[in-house]
Design a protein around this ligand. Structure first.
Ligand code: PMP
Length: 412
C-alpha cells in the first residue's frame, strides 16, 4: 500500500483527533463518536447539540409546499448567492433586530449552513503562512479550516466562571502576521455573550493589524440570560466593523432545524464578494425550498424565538441544578445549548477520561471541552479547560431527568 501524506486539515487539533496517520484512516468527529458510544451503551446522548423536538410545523409546511407545489422556487439550481427574496429577508431581519442596514444585493450571501459560511470565509481570508487567532474553546471546524488554508491557529482562552474574552491577551496574541480573528458570540460551548465594548475592542485590534474578523453568530436567538446579562448584537452594529468584519448566521439553531443547513454571511460588498468567490466552488448553491421556508421565518417567527428560549431556559436550569446536586461545578450560561461543568468535585481524572467512563458505565454522553481546544497538541495538560465537560440541554426534560438520575446513581 502506498503511504499517504497526512492531509492538511488533519494537522489541526480537531483534525488530529479525527485522523489515524498510521493507516490513513479518517475517523468520525468527537460528536459522532460520542453519539455512537451513547447508542452502543443504550445511553442518553447529551453530547451533540441538536434539539430532540422538531422546528415549528408552519415552517416545515412551507418547505414541503416549496418542494411539492409551484408556490415556491422550483427544485432546480438557485442563484449562487441565494434567492433575492432570501437575501432580502436576511437583510430585513438584521435591520429589525440590530438596526444594521445591508444591501441584499451584495451584502448578504446564502450558504449551506454556517459550516460552509465558516469554511468559505476562512479560505477567503486566511492566507497561507499567516496566523489566525481564535478564542478557545472553539467550534471544531475552525481549526481544520485554518489548517486547510495553510495558516496557523493561535488561541486565547476563555476562563471560568464567566468566560469573558480577554482583549489584552488578544492584543498580545496578534501581530502583523495575523490574517484573521475568529469570534463566536453567543459562544459555543461557554454561552458567553460578548458585549458591545468587547466587540469594539476586537474590531479595533483587527483594524490595527489589518486582520479580518469573522463573527459566528449562530446562537443569536438562543438568549437565556437575566435582564442584566449582556445583550447580543451582530458585530456589524459596531462602528468601523464593516471595514474589517463579516458576520455568519444560521437558521438551524434559531428555528430548531439543524439538519436544514441554511446559513448566511453578511458584511461589506468587498468582503462578502471575497467569500462568494470561494463559495461558488464549494457548493455553488443548495436548498431552494429551505431558503423559501427560512425567508418566511426570518420575516415573522410567529413567537417561536421567545417560546423556544423559555423551554431552553427551563432545560438549562434543570440540567445545571442536577449537575451541581451530583457534585460537579456547573456554570449557568447566558445563551446557547450547553452547560459546562468542572468534574474535579467528583474525580481526579481529566474530563476526557471521565466522559469515556460516563458513557460506558452510566450511559450518558457528554463532550470533553479539551477536544475543542489546542490542548491535545500542547505540553500543558494541567490547564483547567482539561476538566470541563459539555452537556447539551436542548433535549426533552424527561430525557434530561433520566440522564441526571443515571449520573447521580453512578457517582454514589
Ligand atoms: N458555529 C457554531 C458555533 C456551531 O455551534 C455550529 C453548529 N453546532 C455551527 C457553526 C454550524 O452551523 P450549521 O449547522 O448551520 O452549519
Amino acid at each position: 500500500m502506498c503511504s499517504m501524506p497526512t492531509p492538511p486539515w488533519a494537522r489541526s487539533a480537531a483534525g488530529a483527533n479525527t485522523y489515524d496517520a498510521a493507516t490513513a484512516t479518517v475517523l468520525p468527529t468527537i460528536y459522532e463518536r460520542t453519539t455512537a458510544a451513547a447508542i452502543a451503551h443504550g445511553g442518553i446522548n447529551l453530547g451533540q447539540g441538536f434539539p430532540d423536538a422538531e422546528g415549528p410545523q408552519w415552517l416545515r409546511d412551507a418547505a414541503a409546499e416549496a418542494i411539492s407545489t409551484d408556490a415556491g422556487p422550483t427544485n432546480q439550481y438557485s442563484p449562487g448567492p441565494g434567492f433575492p427574496w432570501f437575501r432580502e429577508a436576511v437583510a430585513a431581519h438584521q435591520e429589525k433586530f440590530y438596526g444594521v442596514q445591508l444591501d441584499p444585493q451584495d451584502q448578504v450571501l446564502h450558504t449551506t449552513g454556517a459550516t460552509e459560511a465558516i469554511a468559505a470565509t476562512i479560505l477567503a481570508f486566511a492566507t497561507a503562512g499567516s496566523e489566525v487567532v481564535a478564542f478557545e474553546p472553539f467550534y471544531d471546524s475552525y481549526g481544520s479550516m485554518v489548517a486547510l488554508a495553510g495558516a496557523e491557529l493561535k488561541t486565547v482562552p476563555l476562563r471560568a466562571p464567566d468566560f469573558r474574552p480577554d482583549c489584552a491577551a488578544l492584543r498580545a496574541a496578534v501581530s502583523e502576521r495575523t490574517s484573521m480573528i475568529l469570534v463566536n458570540t453567543p459562544h459555543n460551548p461557554t454561552g458567553a455573550v460578548f458585549t458591545g465594548d468587547e466587540l469594539a475592542e476586537i474590531v479595533s485590534i483587527a483594524a490595527e493589524v489589518g486582520a479580518v474578523v469573522m463573527s459566528d453568530e449562530v446562537y443569536e436567538h438562543l438568549m437565556l440570560g437575566e435582564a442584566d446579562a449582556p445583550a447580543h448584537s451582530t458585530i456589524l452594529s459596531i462602528p468601523g466593523a464593516e471595514d474589517v468584519a463579516v458576520a455568519v448566521g444560521s437558521a438551524g439553531k434559531s428555528f430548531s432545524v439543524t439538519g436544514w443547513k441554511v446559513g448566511w454571511v453578511t458584511g461589506s460588498p468587498q468582503l462578502v464578494n471575497q467569500v462568494r468567490g470561494v463559495k461558488q466552488f464549494t457548493t455553488f448553491c443548495t436548498g431552494g425550498a429551505y431558503q423559501y421556508a427560512v425567508a418566511q421565518g426570518l420575516q415573522d417567527d410567529r413567537g417561536f424565538f421567545v417560546q423556544n428560549q423559555a423551554e431552553l431556559r427551563a432545560g438549562r436550569d434543570l440540567l445545571a441544578e442536577g449537575l451541581a446536586a451530583a457534585g460537579l461545578q456547573a456554570f449557568t450560561p447566558d445563551a446557547g445549548y450547553f452547560v459546562l461543568a468542572d468534574v474535579r468535585g467528583v474525580t481526579e481524572q481529566t474530563a476526557s477520561a471521565f466522559a469515556a467512563e460516563l458513557v460506558a458505565q452510566a450511559g450518558v454522553g457528554a463532550i470533553p471541552v479539551s477536544s475543542l481546544t489546542l490542548l491535545s497538541t500542547q505540553e500543558n495538560h494541567e490547564d483547567e479547560l482539561n476538566y470541563l465537560l459539555r452537556f447539551a440541554f436542548c433535549k426533552r426534560h424527561d430525557v434530561l431527568t433520566r440522564a441526571l438520575t443515571r449520573l447521580s446513581d453512578w457517582l454514589t
